[in-house]
Write a new protein. Structure first.
Length: 115
């Protein structure tokens, strides 16, 4: 509860400070001398940064798409190579698959014949 009260006091005091600052703004007079802008400020105020950003985003999007395709192709090649190595290494291709249905039928026949 104490923390809640302290937080409220802080927020209210911040509001009062902002109110006082806003009330004093109209009293500040602008100087009649126009500010001189350097080359950096002129460049930032122009449309060049936005155009540069658009071009850079377009290039980056195309580059990332092409990189994704390249990585997927490389992944497929590595996967194919791993399958080839795995099948050649332990002879998994020549090994017959286990037929669990026939094993189950044999076991059921043996159980019936014993009874």
């Amino acid at each position: 509860m104490f923390q809640f009260i302290i937080t409220n006091i802080f927020v209210i005091s911040l509001g009062v400070i902002l109110y006082v600052a806003v009330r004093t703004l109209p009293r500040i007079e602008e100087s009649g001398v126009p500010e001189k802008k350097n080359a950096w400020e002129k460049w930032l105020a122009s449309g060049v940064p936005e155009r540069l950003d658009r071009v850079l985003n377009g290039f980056l999007a195309k580059f990332l798409r092409k990189l994704k395709i390249f990585l997927l192709r490389a992944d497929n090649a590595v996967t194919a190579q791993l399958k080839k190595v795995k099948s050649d290494g332990n002879g998994a291709q020549n090994k017959p698959s286990i037929d669990f249905k026939s094993i189950t039928d044999k076991n059921n026949g043996e159980v019936d014949s014993q009874n």
